[in-house]
Design a protein around this ligand. Structure first.
Ligand SMILES: CCCCCCCCCCCCCCCC(=O)SCCNC(=O)CCNC(=O)[C@H](O)C(C)(C)COP(=O)(O)OP(=O)(O)OC[C@H]1O[C@@H](n2cnc3c(N)ncnc32)[C@H](O)[C@@H]1OP(=O)(O)O
Length: 190
């Protein structure tokens, strides 16, 4: 799996000093989460703009299991250069698997959703038919994670894609490889 060039820059962006808040900052997040995002964006936004990352629009996906989940707050970003998608997410206290840590199914869902967004925003409708997650480190509850999704290769109706979940300092929590297939017949609405 080809390693995307995005992540190192992104981590750098998070540790850079200046920047301003994006005007599209989504509403509906808890005050605590807004504060965390504010800090992340204050440090990273200028560099992110330099890297040509596009804003996301969450308004039409209000029923999505991950994006509408009250326990998982997500801000979506898309990098114009290669179509990779970043989720800045905060996981709440009730997505617990092992005591104090995020449920592996929630990790998988976040990865799948982020990578699916990259696939859906880059081409025709396709569905996940395989999802292989490697769990590297447990994700603490009530923490912020950076998820990235990127397309590896498309061959006819099949797309191979990948995703990674990081601590904002760059430590890897989990990585996934996915296979998407564009359905032959139906195109269900998401
Ligand atoms: C600006 C911002 C706006 C935001 C905007 C975006 C945000 C928006 C976020 C939404 C994010 C939602 C993220 C949800 C992501 C899910 O959760 S998807 C839900 C889970 N997945 C499913 O339910 C899929 C279930 N599977 C199926 O329905 C059927 O397999 C499919 C996908 C319709 C494909 O069926 P089909 O069209 O009959 O295709 P079929 O001929 O069987 O297979 C085609 C090829 O794929 C291969 N294949 C099929 N399945 C497999 C498999 N499991 N393994 C290996 N190969 C396979 C076949 O072998 C075949 O290969 P070839 O023979 O052509 O070489």
């Amino acid at each position: 799996m080809q390693k995307p060039s995005f992540q190192p820059y992104y981590v750098k962006a998070l540790s850079s000093e200046q920047a301003q808040l994006p005007t599209w900052f989504p509403s509906g997040h808890s005050e605590e989460f807004q504060l965390i995002l504010r800090k992340l964006f204050e440090r990273g936004f200028r560099l992110m703009r330099k890297l040509n990352i596009q804003k996301g629009n969450l308004s039409n996906i209000s029923k999505n299991f991950v994006l509408s989940n009250p326990q998982i707050h997500v801000v979506m970003l898309r990098r114009a250069l290669d179509g990779s998608v970043i989720y800045l997410a905060r996981v709440g206290s009730q997505v617990q698997g092992p005591s104090g840590f995020m449920h592996g199914g929630a990790t998988a869902a976040l990865l799948d959703d982020c990578v699916s967004s990259a696939v859906l925003l880059s081409g025709p409708f396709a569905m996940t038919v395989q999802l292989n997650v490697q769990y590297r480190k447990p994700v603490p509850l009530n923490s912020v994670v950076v998820v990235e999704g990127y397309i590896d290769q498309t061959n006819g109706r099949k797309t191979i894609a990948g995703g990674k979940m990081y601590h904002p300092d760059g430590a890897l929590y989990a990585e996934a490889t996915l296979l998407f297939v564009k359905p032959r017949l139906v195109e269900p609405k998401m």
